[in-house]
Design a protein around this ligand. Structure first.
Ligand code: FES
Length: 167
């Protein structure tokens, strides 16, 4: 083999190696682009401790930039097996706090025990079920899981599947 031939072979191998490394780095870059940002991953689930809540207390929390209603039902509120999240002896109403008419945020009115949507006077009862006005369906239930007295939003569970299939 001549010196020229050897030189050509070496240059060919060197170009091939550079192309292979470049291709691998490109694949890594593409994967990084497709993967969700760490901030998005961190916001996928949120946990809330239900244990300090009092009977009749309504809390509005935020999950994935959406308002979430958590109402700990008091004994005057009738149980609703199609909607209640039962944790120990307590029953909770958990719903996405966006009106199912056009997406306004209803306000909890404890004296009337309703969620009132001021946009078009829609009403939902303490179970999150539409009772008056233009909303045609109950408030949506977010995917959730119960761990002890902790509510984890963003993960499904048999309890969630049961409610969604009944609601
Ligand atoms: S958006 Fe709530 S009643 Fe219309």
């Amino acid at each position: 083999m001549s010196v020229k031939q050897e030189r050509r072979d070496f240059i060919g191998l060197a170009f091939g190696a550079v192309a292979a490394v470049g291709g691998a780095l490109s694949l890594v870059a593409v994967k990084k682009t497709w993967d969700p940002l760490p901030s998005v991953k961190a916001g996928a689930t949120s946990s809330f401790d239900l244990s300090p809540m009092q009977d009749g207390e309504m809390r509005q929390v935020v999950w994935r930039k959406q308002p979430i209603f958590i109402l700990k039902k008091d004994p005057s509120m009738p149980p609703n097996d199609k909607r209640d999240v039962v944790v120990g002896d307590a029953r909770f109403m958990i719903a996405i706090g966006l009106c199912t008419h056009l997406g306004c945020i209803p306000q909890w009115q404890p004296n009337k025990q309703i969620f009132f949507c001021a946009c078009h006077a829609g009403e939902f009862n303490a179970d999150g079920v539409n009772t008056f006005g233009p909303p045609s369906r109950p408030l949506d239930i977010p995917p959730f899981k119960i761990e002890g007295m902790k509510l984890v939003l963003g993960e499904t569970s048999p309890e969630y599947e049961k409610l969604v299939n009944k609601a």
